[in-house]
Design a protein around this ligand. Sequence first.
Ligand code: AP5
Length: 225
Amino acid sequence: MKNNLICVLIGAPGAGKGTQAKSVANYYNCKLISTGDILRENVENRTLLGLEAKKYIDNGNLAPAQIVVSMIKNVVKSFVENKAGADKSLLFDGFPRDLEQNKLFEQILDELNLSIKGVIYINIDDDIVYERLTNRRICPKCNRVYHLKFNPPKFDNLCDDCKVKLITREDDKIDVIKKRLEVYKKLTYPLIEYYRKKNKVVEINGNKSADDVLKDIIAGINCAK
Ligand code: AP5
């Protein structure tokens, strides 16, 4: 595989970014950077960053750009510095989310002599967003993600690995899902259009099964490379 494959996964809440990101990162041997996961880890550990971000996450808003971008900058810089002369492939899940974050993101990549190869846009219908998120359950111990219909645990409401009771994410309440979807359309659509004009968008039909979506993403990235 060509070195320094830099890709971004964009999609509505529940589009399947997290589900696909792990498989795609494994397939291409990329480092996966998920801002949602990093922010949730900070919330769980009650760091200052986490306490600040929680106010926004719980309401379905984006955390402030300066918090998210400086967090990303540190992760990316330390990854790249430790990879001198080696492959620096990176997959971003949920970052950047708007034009403001993207401007700062492009500056970070420029400084590190990297550039985006492709933006994978997982497009799903609004009714499927609600269906996915109201049926999502997560393990509070290992963060494994389940879906009550499409990817259910083997035993009623228990994590297959940890055997602890599954929970619903705080931001998967109907009113918060609605807000997240509004924020996504207002702030992320212009970003998708920005990359469309640069011919970098690989649009994937996210309404299909997880296996089919993965096949389409890999085919799309292979064309973009
Ligand atoms: P984040 O965690 O990134 O939330 P999101 O973008 O709303 O996306 P989700 O994690 O809800 O969904 P997903 O697309 O990963 O779907 P999943 O694979 O789990 O961010 C949370 C919050 O953090 C944000 O709202 C914001 O406040 C903050 N934040 C994060 N990044 C930020 C940034 N850059 N700037 C500022 N703030 C930021 O799938 C969903 C369900 O469907 C699962 O149950 C799964 O099993 C199932 N499923 C997946 N694919 C399929 C399929 N094809 N068929 C059937 N079921 C499927």
